[in-house]
Write a protein that binds this ligand. Structure first.
Ligand code: KG4
Ligand code: ZN
Length: 338
């Protein structure tokens, strides 16, 4: 049962966690939200500098929370890709330095693999094979999981990620950043059938549509046209109805394709991961629809849907058990397939 210290700095959260096997002993997430809010999005250079400032305190705080010291730690892990390269380098450099100074193994973890492992924190006995629907601000993928490091991508987005679509539509509705949680809250007061929005289908060369791929740029443009039209007519935007219709369309398409993909590949467990897995509409719809077709659905705990280091530590623990170690020459990479 390895005890792992992990650092996560791929975007705008400075996170540190200590996980023993699949049990979280400490988890700190220092958000940079207020720093980036005036810009309406994450500024990479600002993010990297803020990670440098926050990292020391985050590490000290997680040791205090877990009530452990270095003698208890078996390995140091960090998210090494993908993400903002300057931001990633802060976590990777800190983790490699600590590993060297404390004479511990270092394990680099792919950020999406971390999101995939977050569900193990709510269901420690979860075991492959299963299908994972990864829905974050940067990615939307259907991943067949056969074991640790054994992944096949069965579907994905051709343009915007699901979380990115939430953020862009929220900006159109002046709901601020990040948009996902704001749309989620507002949608609960609106009518999901108020507006008919496009599902975003990917045509296949021989006719028909790709069963597991997504496209969210069309729905984003449809919302833009709708808001422009309503504003031009001098009408007050029915923001709750737009948010509810948008969320229902995105949730509908994510659920439908994930369930079809699991059924077609004879996988009876569907695991969710990524920030959009926190969406209340997606959680409700998948629970109901999956139960109807005998599919077991596992969501990560809400706190571990968005970026955190506990999910990175959980993935690193599995790699540790497999004997995987990363060289101290490993650098952060902005892009890397899972
Ligand atoms: O996984 P994550 O923290 O970062 C990435 O790896 O991208 O995901 C962040 C994304 C953002 O786009 C945010 O708007 C979205 O997850 N998000 C949500 C909700 N909470 C966060 N989207 C819909 N509903 C939510 N409740
Ligand atoms: Zn993420």
């Amino acid at each position: 049962m390895p005890t792992i210290l992990a650092l996560e700095t791929s975007c705008d959260e400075t996170a540190a966690a200590i996980v023993r096997d699949r049990q979280v002993l400490g988890s700190i997430v220092a958000s940079q939200l207020e720093i980036h809010q005036p810009y309406g999005g994450v500024v990479p250079e600002v993010a990297a500098r803020a990670h440098v400032t926050a990292m020391g305190n985050a590490i000290a705080a997680v040791f205090t929370q877990a009530n452990l010291d270095w003698a208890d730690i078996d390995a140091v892990a960090a998210t090494c890709a993908p993400g903002l390269v300057g931001a990633l380098l802060v976590g990777v450099s800190a983790a490699k330095t600590l590993a060297m100074v404390r004479d511990k193994p270092f394990i680099g973890v792919h950020h999406l693999e971390g999101h995939l492992y977050a569900a193990y924190l709510s269901q420690p006995d979860l075991a492959p094979p299963f299908l994972c629907l990864l829905v974050s601000g940067g990615h939307t993928s259907l991943v067949q999981v056969r074991g640790c490091g054994d992944y096949t991508i069965l579907g994905g987005t051709r343009d915007d990620a699901a979380g990115e679509a939430f953020d862009k539509v929220a900006r159109q509705l002046d709901l601020g950043y990040p948009g996902g949680p704001a749309i989620d809250r507002l949608a609960q007061q609106g009518n999901p059938r108020a507006f008919d929005l496009p599902e975003g289908k990917i045509s296949l060369p021989g006719g028909g549509f790709h069963p597991y791929d997504f496209s969210f740029s069309g729905i984003k443009t449809a919302v833009l046209r709708l808001t422009e039209k309503l504003r031009a007519e001098g009408r007050t935007l029915p923001t709750a109805d737009i948010a509810a219709s948008f969320q229902a369309t995105v949730v509908g398409v994510l659920s439908k394709r994930a369930i079809a993909c699991a059924r077609d590949h004879q996988l009876n467990t569907l695991v969710l991961g990524g920030g959009v897995a926190a969406n209340s509409g997606l959680r409700q719809q998948l629970q109901t629809e999956a139960a109807d077709c005998g599919l077991r659905v596992i969501f990560p705990p809400l706190a571990y849907c968005t970026d955190n280091a506990a999910m990175i530590a959980c993935a690193a623990a599995d790699h540790w058990r497999q004997g995987h170690r990363s060289p101290l020459t490993l650098a952060g990479q902005s892009r890397l397939p899972v």
